[in-house]
Design a protein around this ligand. Structure first.
Ligand code: SAH
Ligand code: SF4
Ligand code: F3S
Length: 465
């Protein structure tokens, strides 16, 4: 799992290539624009691509129209994401006609599906570069080839190495991401991610601590450790709770440590203990349940029952003060009956989530579920999605009653200008709180008291710490 022989200093990102690129493009004032689809993993990959471009002398463009290089970092978790990409790439043809120097690249999960990537590369001759997720660190070399007038198509099946030391251009703010692992071994039957991100590869603890320290020294106050299933992290004898303890003890200046995502089947007592004991570890867990029906959970290959899930929720709530739980749910999985669907609604009522992301099942070519009989008609999926969202619209606010009079600390993220300007920021447990206050407080920790709520947001006022 943690194959340290593959942890090499960036092979793809050699200084020779960077210097060559700098010679070619440095001083020309070239600009890049990256459009990102999908999850935090992709967002963070885009930050790495931006970091590489920065090293090569590019600066960020505000719009596609002023860019000399446009990259689409794609997602394929649902069909909708794929369709959008084809449409949006098509639009670039006009920009290319206006600016023949413009380079267009498409990368990310969707491009890791070789057949889909080939189709896009053939359909759009104005696309200069296509590369898969395992190719990320070789981006500067591919860019050099494109500058030499080549069209480059680079999609390999073998899992990408764990490459350390890539430059990262982090999105401005106070909160940022650090990868702890790549890939997924779980093969939930509906999910394309294991096919496009490869097998699990954990980063070495020392490399993670090193990156966290650097990011904190640069002024970030909140870090989210990223993995498809952080609970199966394993490297140099450390499991995930041990890694959390290491990060908290080695970087005590870091005030907020978060993580995502946790697979319920691997959520250990050790993690619950770490959450209850480590002050700087946030009291929030994103725990995707996917379904409340044991039959469907089995068909999804999730390897837990709704009863086991509810037990985890109870354990978390009794051990971790003020913990909040969020989730992902899929409706309309093949074979889902009204009874199965009702079991999902029932579980949602029992748990009392603070938020939930709900999806209609989308068949993904190559996955087991896509070949299952009893696919559910689109209109049934849509109806169930609406029904489930209606259940959530009832249960989420009712979970907020307990917050009236609650006192806690928020990290102010910004100012909401939709009505009267209000500062907004999250509690450790991910609940968003809005308060009146001066814009200069953005980026600081504030003690607040909650006075009311609207849907999943809390409203309050600043109190003295
Ligand atoms: N690794 C994470 C999530 C990855 S994808 C985890 O295991 O929790 C994010 C969410 O997308 C999943 O939790 C699931 O709810 C949803 N999803 C994945 N594949 C899907 C599909 N084929 N159709 C609909 N939703 C899907
Ligand atoms: Fe997909 Fe399941 Fe892996 Fe999450 S754990 S990425 S849902 S296969
Ligand atoms: Fe994420 Fe989409 Fe890839 S959800 S891992 S960007 S398929």
């Amino acid at each position: 799992m943690c194959d340290n022989t593959s942890t090499k200093p960036c092979e793809g990102f050699s200084m020779d290539t960077v210097n060559e690129l700098r010679k070619r493009v440095g001083g020309l004032g070239l600009k890049y624009f990256i459009e990102t689809y999908g999850c935090q993993m992709n967002e963070h990959d885009s930050e790495k691509l931006a970091g590489m471009l920065r090293e090569c002398g590019y600066t960020k463009a505000e719009t596609k129209g002023e860019a000399d290089l446009i990259l689409f970092n794609t997602c394929c978790v649902r069909e909708h994401a794929e369709k959008r990409t084809f449409g949006n790439v098509g639009f670039i043809k006009e920009l290319k006609a206006e600016n023949p120097r413009l380079i267009l690249g498409v990368c990310g999960c969707m491009m890791q599906q070789k057949e889909v990537a080939k189709k896009l590369f053939d359909r759009f001759p104005f696309v200069d570069l296509v590369f898969g997720t395992h190719e990320l660190s070789r981006f500067p070399q591919m860019l050099l080839e494109v500058l030499d007038e080549a069209r480059v198509f680079q999609v390999t099946e073998s899992d990408g190495e764990v490459v350390e030391g890539l430059p990262v251009e982090r999105t401005e703010g106070f909160s940022t991401f650090v990868n702890i692992m790549y890939g997924c071994n779980n093969f939930c039957t509906y999910c394309i991610v294991p096919y496009v991100r490869g097998r699990e590869r954990s980063r070495r603890p020392a490399d993670i601590v090193n990156e966290v320290s650097k990011v904190v020294a640069a002024g970030y106050k909140e870090i989210t450790l990223l993995g498809q299933n952080v609970n199966s992290y394993s490297c140099d004898g450390l499991d995930f709770p041990a890694l959390l303890r290491l990060v908290c003890s080695e970087v005590p200046q870091l005030k907020r440590l978060r993580f995502m995502t946790s697979h319920p089947k691997d959520l250990s007592d050790g993690l619950i203990k770490a959450m209850s004991e480590l002050d700087n570890l946030c009291k929030h867990i994103h725990l995707p349940v996917q379904s409340g029906s044991d039959r469907i959970l089995k068909a999804m290959n999730r390897r837990y029952t709704s009863g086991a899930y509810l037990e985890l929720v109870d354990k978390l709530r009794s051990a971790v003060a003020n913990v909040e739980i969020t989730t992902d749910i899929i409706v309309g999985f093949p074979g889902e009956t009204e009874e199965d669907f009702e079991a999902t609604c029932e579980l949602v009522r029992k748990v009392g989530y603070s938020n939930a992301y709900t999806f209609a099942y989308s068949p993904r070519a190559g996955t087991i579920a896509a070949r299952m009989e009893d696919q559910i008609p689109e209109e049934v999926k849509k109806r169930r999605l609406n029904q489930l969202n209606a259940v959530l619209a009832e249960t989420i606010p009712s979970n907020n009653d307990k917050y009236i009079g609650f006192e806690g600390e928020i990290l102010v993220e910004g100012v909401d200008h939709r009505g009267e300007p209000l500062l907004f920021g999250k509690l450790s447990n991910f609940k968003m709180v809005y308060v009146e206050g001066d814009e200069s407080l953005v980026g600081s920790f504030l003690n607040v008291k909650v006075d009311g709520y609207r849907f999943n947001s809390l409203f309050g006022h600043i109190i003295q710490g």
